[in-house]
Design a protein around this ligand. Structure first.
Ligand code: NAD
Length: 471
C-alpha cells in the first residue's frame, strides 16, 4: 500500500479521480513532456537500486536488466517525446459527400484515470512502460506492481515518488486483495499485463463499470524450425529467447516444432548454443551469472513437476533437468519425446524448459497451432520465403517473428499485443498512447442542408437524396 498516505486503494483512486477533471484541462503536452523527462531521469538516477532489486527478487543478470527492463522504458520515453506533438495534434478530416457543408476534426483526449496492473517477470518494463503511454496520453494513473517481486515493486514506488507529482501517478503495492479493491473502482481505462486466468477476472471487473481494457496476456508461443532453416543461427536465437530471464518471458519460445529431416543436427546446434552461452558442464551452467532464478518456490515446484512428470511418462532430457531448490535454479533444459498428454505440452511453461517436437508435415503443425488458443507470438525459422508466408497466413497469433525471437518487443513502431487468449488491444509507441486516449470526433455544421433530413418525409426528397449519395 502507498506508504505516504496510509490510504486504502479505494481512497487513493478517489483522490486521483477527483483531481483529474482540472488536471485534464491543465495537463497539456508541455507538462506531459516534463513528466516523461523527470521519469527518465529518475530511472537513470536509480540504476543501482534497480539492478540490486531485480537481483534480489530473482537473480536477474545485470545485462538482461539493462536490455530488457531499463532500455525498453527509456526507449519508450524517447519515442514518446519525439512523437508527442504529432500524436496529440487535432486532426482535421475532409467531409464525406453526405456531410458537405460541415467541418470535422478528431481530438485526442486523455481517457481520464487509468489503472496499470503489472506482473512480476519484467517488473520495471511492464509497469513503467505502460505508464509512459498513460502520461503521454495525459492520464492520471495508479500503478499496481506484482507482490511476487517485492524489491522491484519498492524501487518502482521510489522512482515514481521521486519523479512524478502524487496527484498524477501513485504506486499502490500489494497482492490480490489490493488488486481486487482497485478493480472495484470506476477507472477510465485498465491496462493489465499478466496471465489469461487473471485477465478474465480483470475484464469481468471492468465490465461492471464498462471500463475499457488493454489485456497483455500469455500462453504458449510456438517455434517452427523448417527444413530450410539456418540451424546454427536458429538454435542460438531460440536458446537465447528461451533461457533469457530463465524462460519467464511472455513471448519466450514455449516449445519447438522441428522438421524431422533436420531434427538431429538442430538438436546438436541447440546443445552447442546452450554450452556456448551458459557453460559446457552442469557445474559451469549452475555457476553462470547469466541465468536468472525462478521467481519463487511455488513456480520452482511447478516447473520441476512438469519436467519430472514428462520424464516419468517417457520424455528424455537432451540437456538440463537438474536443479537446486535452495537457490531456485533450474538448468537450461531441452526435452525430447514429449507428447500432447503431458503438462509440458498443455500449459504455458514459463521457465527454462524447451520441448522439441519433430514433424513430418508442416500442415500438422499448423493444425495443432490452430486447434489451441491463439499464441502471443509465433516464431518461424526458415529461409524459404514461400514456406514462411504459408505458415504466417495459415496461423493466427499476436505477432510473428521470422528468424528472430523476442526482439519485436523492442520495436516501438510495431503494436505489441495478443489476440484472443493472448490479449486484447496493443501497447508500445503510438498504440500505447491510443490505449489511454479517447479519439473524440467533433463535427460542426456550417451550411449543410440538414433541414432536408427532417419530416415531413412524404415528399420523397429524402429517398432521392439518399440514392444520390449512395450511388
Ligand atoms: N503479454 C505480455 O506482455 C505479458 C508480459 C509478461 C507476462 N505476461 C503473462 O503474465 C503471466 C505471468 O505473470 P504473473 O504470474 O505475474 O501473472 P498474474 O496474472 O498471476 O498476476 C498479474 C497481476 O495481477 C494481480 N493478480 C493476481 N491474481 C489476481 C486476482 N485474482 N485478482 C486481481 N488481481 C490479481 C497480481 O497481483 C499481479 O499484479 C504469464 O502468463 C505471462 O505470459 C504477459
Amino acid at each position: 500500500m502507498d506508504h505516504r498516505s496510509f490510504k486504502t486503494p479505494a481512497q487513493i483512486f478517489v483522490d486521483l479521480a477527483e483531481g483529474n477533471p482540472q488536471r485534464r484541462m491543465a495537463f497539456d503536452p508541455a507538462q506531459r513532456r516534463a513528466a516523461l523527462q523527470a521519469l527518465s531521469r529518475a530511472i537513470h538516477d536509480c540504476e543501482a537500486e534497480i539492478l540490486a532489486a531485480l537481483a534480489e527478487d530473482f537473480a536477474k543478470p545485470e545485462a538482461e536488466i539493462r536490455l530488457t527492463e531499463i532500455l525498453p522504458v527509456q526507449a519508450e520515453i524517447s519515442h514518446a517525446l519525439r512523437h508527442l506533438k504529432t500524436w496529440t495534434k487535432v486532426r482535421r478530416v475532409r467531409p464525406t459527400r453526405a456531410m458537405l457543408g460541415t467541418r470535422a476534426r478528431i481530438v485526442p483526449e486523455p481517457k481520464g484515470t487509468a489503472l496499470i496492473i503489472a506482473p512480476w517477470n519484467y517488473p520495471l518494463a511492464l509497469s513503467l512502460g505502460p505508464l509512459v503511454s498513460a502520461i503521454a496520453a495525459g492520464c492520471a494513473a495508479i500503478v499496481k506492481p506484482s507482490e511476487l517481486a517485492p524489491a522491484s515493486a519498492a524501487v518502482i514506488a521510489q522512482i515514481v515518488e521521486e519523479a512524478l507529482p502524487a496527484d498524477l501517478v501513485r504506486v499502490v503495492q500489494g497482492g490480490v486483495e489490493v488488486s481486487q479493491e482497485l478493480l472495484d473502482q470506476p477507472f477510465d481505462h485498465i491496462f493489465f499485463t499478466g496471465s489469461p486466468r487473471v485477465g478474465k477476472i480483470v475484464m469481468a471487473a471492468a465490465a461492471k463499470h464498462l471500463t475499457s481494457v488493454t489485456l497483455e496476456l500469455g500462453g504458449k508461443s510456438p517455434v517452427i524450425v523448417g527444413p530450410g532453416a539456418d540451424l546454427k543461427k536458429a538454435a542460438r536465437m531460440i536458446a537465447w529467447g528461451k533461457f533469457a530471464n530463465a524462460g519467464q518471458t511472455c513471448i519466450a519460445p514455449d516449445h519447438v516444432y522441428v522438421a524431422k529431416q533436420i531434427e538431429a543436427p538442430f538438436l546438436a546446434e541447440l546443445k552447442a548454443a546452450i554450452a556456448r552461452m551458459y557453460g559446457k558442464t552442469e557445474e559451469a551452467q549452475a555457476a553462470s551469472r547469466d541465468l536468472a532464478r525462478i521467481i519463487n518456490p511455488d513456480h520452482f515446484a511447478r516447473l520441476m513437476g512438469m519436467i519430472e512428470s514428462a520424464q516419468s511418462a517417457g520424455a528424455k532430457a537432451l540437456t538440463g533437468a537438474t536443479s537446486e531448490a535452495a537457490s531456485r535454479y533450474i538448468a537450461p533444459t531441452v526435452l525430447m519425446g514429449t507428447d500432447p498428454s503431458m503438462r509440458v505440452e498443455q500449459e504455458e511453461i514459463f521457465g527454462p524448459v524447451l520441448p522439441v517436437i519433430p514433424f513430418d508435415d508442416a500442415a500438422d503443425v499448423v493444425a495443432r497451432i490452430e486447434a489451441g488458443p491463439k499464441p502471443l507470438a509465433l516464431y518461424i525459422f526458415e529461409r524459404d520465403r514461400g514456406l514462411i508466408d504459408r505458415l504466417r497466413r495459415a496461423t493466427s497469433s499476436g505477432a510473428v517473428g521470422v528468424n528472430v525471437a523476442l526482439v519485436h518487443y523492442l520495436h516501438q513502431n510495431l503494436p505489441f499485443g495478443g489476440i484472443g487468449n493472448s490479449g486484447v488491444g496493443a501497447a508500445h509507441g503510438h498504440w500505447g498512447f491510443e490505449a489511454f486516449t479517447h479519439l473524440k470526433p467533433v463535427l460542426e455544421n456550417r451550411f449543410a442542408p440538414l433541414a432536408m433530413l427532417m419530416p415531413p418525409y412524404r415528399s420523397g426528397r429524402m429517398a432521392k437524396l439518399a440514392q444520390k449519395f449512395l450511388r
